[in-house]
Design a protein around this ligand. Sequence first.
Ligand SMILES: C[S@@+](CC[C@H](N)C(=O)[O-])C[C@H]1O[C@@H](n2cnc3c(N)ncnc32)[C@H](O)[C@@H]1O
Length: 226
Amino acid sequence: MNFSESDAISSDASEGDKAEHDVAAETEGWRTTLREEIVALHQKGEAYTILSLVSTFTENKTRPWDPLLLWVQPQPCCLSALAAHVRAANISALVSVGCGTGLLEWLIQAITGLSVVGYEVNASWWTSKYAPPTFIPLTFVDQEAPPPKVPHTHALMCCYFNNAKVFRQYVSAYEGPVLLIIGATSGDRHTDPHPLDYVDRDTWRLTLTHRISTHDLLAGYHRQTR
Ligand SMILES: C[S@@+](CC[C@H](N)C(=O)[O-])C[C@H]1O[C@@H](n2cnc3c(N)ncnc32)[C@H](O)[C@@H]1O
């Protein structure tokens, strides 16, 4: 290769690097703006405006949704269906295991009036400068110890949890009447447990399915009592 060829290649490579850098910077910019918008609306208590904003995002839009804020994009009907399912068992509170930022949990609380507690792990990450914003106070649990027992006065929920074995431990210890699992039924996103994993398992009976999107399902279970 002579000098001018190698120069041309390195100039092409740097153009490529620059384009990649520009896309990354633009995506980072969108993400920051979206987070700022949602934080501002949260501070003003504008839950319905957040849901309207969420509904403007689809996979094909140029400005992408930020899954670190929340893996699903719920609408008011999803939250109403969830709350009705909880209240049908005469309870009005839930624990969300692996709540992440707690955006979904705050929206449930603000829109339906259910009381919501969010469990998370890794306090040092969530209090670091790299973490996304949080929307409810997080209750940190010890990842090395057996999971805490979710009170029977609360429904047990997870949204896009990623450890079926640990979730099974939460369910085994739980003595309450309602289980809610949100996750993927198609697409390439990992979710474990799957929303329908508890169909006819132990004393659980599937009593609600509500589609959040073509990929995401909310499954609700009530405990069958004799
Ligand atoms: C894929 S994220 C989903 C976050 C959020 N629910 C959402 O839908 O955006 C799974 C979350 O579960 C949390 N997690 C993992 N193991 C956990 C455990 N043993 N107890 C509570 N949370 C846990 C992780 O830290 C992570 O934030």
